[in-house]
Design a protein around this ligand. Structure first.
Ligand code: FAD
Length: 448
């Protein structure tokens, strides 16, 4: 018998199991690796295997949202952070780890916890009752994925992310770009438009064709995805005017500086409720990150663009969380089921573990007849959670790393470095207030 069933022993599931067990609850953790199944990306049967890079990214808590999340996780007793710290390898200001030592550490801690029973089993359907956390990640087993799609509706579960780049609004040049919806339909402020003349457009199309691209992996090739999310560079290759008749169509958009439609246009659409992040419409791409930054800064108005996220297309199962989940990560239509990790639409090892930690705190409180109040949006935890459970636009929802664009904006003119410092200072104060108000036990702040 158990209090909570966790499906998936990756970054999120392992953290969630640990948090629940430490709170005194009995956990059944189902992991299919080691039981005759695997995913196309995992190589071992260890829990919390890092499938690609060995880095948890920046560990700088004073000027970086990722480093800030590290700090908040350590203060809430994260197992993932404890093992990462123990198996750290030199990487400048980043937190990189010995991946084997790290996964071994997580596995041993989970195996040896008296409150956790690890079952090497594949789960093929959402349990119909009993408190459950689904943390099966970007490569969720296909039968379980079908069962999730049945519960959420087919359109609400994606198998690929077709990620268009996202730009910080304050880095867009509003002397060049202008607000307007095509044919003035909808709200006037729905789109930001960047105009191109013929010469700029042709150079841009050529740059897309010439840019460095990443290849699809073998196992990604046979999943059909192309309808509606063809990479921008593939469109560019189809003919010089393909983009001008597609996502870069200028009709119905009057450039206020010339009074005319431009030759071609790049549109950006608001990406979060705060209005701090804007995505480039239709610009999903397999271009390498370096090439993307260079090529997209050729767009008039985006010369100094700062990207919250660059574009991509990968195999990735995730649900349309902003619409489907309540603020405690419960599936609204089946509230005994919570989701955690990358399947909620966060992106990255660290973020997945962080959402696992939060899901466990919510579940632990619920099991004890209490309520866990999540940290406020000014903190890294709060910013990430609000993005998942409501802040992001459901229609265009795509996985996202933690970044300052998810925090309530700090207004006023100041240097970028000062603004970052202000975000992290405000976050620490908000975290301390929250801990005190809610009586949550938190660890000391480590010395800077
Ligand atoms: P996972 O860590 O994938 O854990 C999910 C677990 O659930 C797995 O152990 C799986 O075996 C198990 N499972 C799945 N279905 C079932 C089932 N039906 N029954 C039982 N168990 C099941 N993030 C980064 O930060 N840096 C990177 O460099 C990076 N590279 C990536 C490369 C690839 C190819 C992929 C696919 C993802 C990459 N990611 C990277 C994202 C990374 O996978 C996630 O950030 C992170 O591992 C997600 O954590 P998770 O716990 O949600 O899922």
């Amino acid at each position: 018998t158990h209090d909570v069933h966790i499906i998936g022993g990756g970054l999120a599931g392992s953290e969630a199991a640990w948090q629940l067990a430490e709170a005194g609850l009995k956990v059944r953790l189902s992991e299919m690796r080691g039981g005759g199944d695997t995913t196309p990306a995992h190589d071992t049967d260890r829990l919390a295997e890092m499938v690609c890079s060995n880095s948890f990214r920046s560990d700088d808590a004073s000027s970086n949202a990722v480093g800030l999340l590290h700090q908040e996780m350590r203060r809430l007793g994260s197992l993932i952070m404890a093992c990462a710290d123990e198996h750290r390898v030199p990487a400048g200001s980043a937190l990189a780890v010995d991946r084997d030592g790290f996964a071994q550490c997580v596995s041993e801690q989970v195996f040896s916890h008296a409150n956790i029973t690890l079952e090497r089993e594949r789960i093929d359907a959402l349990p119909t009752s009993g408190m459950t956390i689904v943390a099966t990640g970007p490569l969720t087993g296909s039968k379980l994925a079908e069962s999730i799609a049945e519960a959420t509706g087919k359109d609400a579960l994606a198998f690929f992310d077709a990620i268009a780049p996202i730009v910080h609004k304050d880095s867009i040049d509003l002397d060049i770009a202008w607000f307007q919806s095509r044919w003035d339909k909808g709200e006037g402020k729905d789109y930001l438009n960047c105009p191109m003349d013929k010469e700029q457009y042709e150079a841009f199309v050529q740059a897309l064709i010439d840019g460095d691209k990443t290849e699809f992996k073998e196992w990604e090739k046979d999943t059909p995805y192309f309808e509606g999310c063809m990479p921008i560079e593939v469109m560019a290759e189809r003919g010089i005017d393909t983009l001008r008749h597609g996502p870069m169509k200028p009709v119905g958009l009057d450039n206020p500086r010339t009074g005319r439609w431009p030759y071609a246009v790049v549109q950006l659409r608001q990406d979060n409720a705060l209005g701090t992040l804007w995505n480039i419409v239709g610009f999903q791409t397999k271009l390498k990150y370096g090439a993307q930054a260079e090529i997209f800064r050729m767009i008039p108005g985006l010369e100094k663009a700062e990207f919250a996220r660059l574009g991509g297309i990968h195999r990735n199962s995730f649900i349309r969380s902003p619409e489907l989940l309540d603020e405690q990560l419960r599936l609204k239509s089946m509230p005994h089921i919570r989701f955690a990790g990358q399947i909620t639409g966060c992106e990255g090892y660290l973020e997945s573990a962080a959402v696992g930690l939060m899901a466990a705190r919510f579940a632990a409180a619920e099991a004890k007849g209490e309520t866990f109040e999540a940290p406020p949006q000014e903190t890294a935890f709060g910013a990430l959670l609000s993005h998942i459970t409501g802040g992001a636009e459901a229609e265009t929802y795509q996985p996202m790393n933690v970044n300052f664009g998810l925090f309530p904006p700090i207004e006023g003119k100041m240097k970028k470095a000062n603004r970052r410092l202000k975000y992290t200072e405000r976050a620490r104060a908000a975290f301390a207030d929250w801990a005190e108000r809610t009586g949550t036990r938190v660890g000391e702040l480590e010395p800077a």
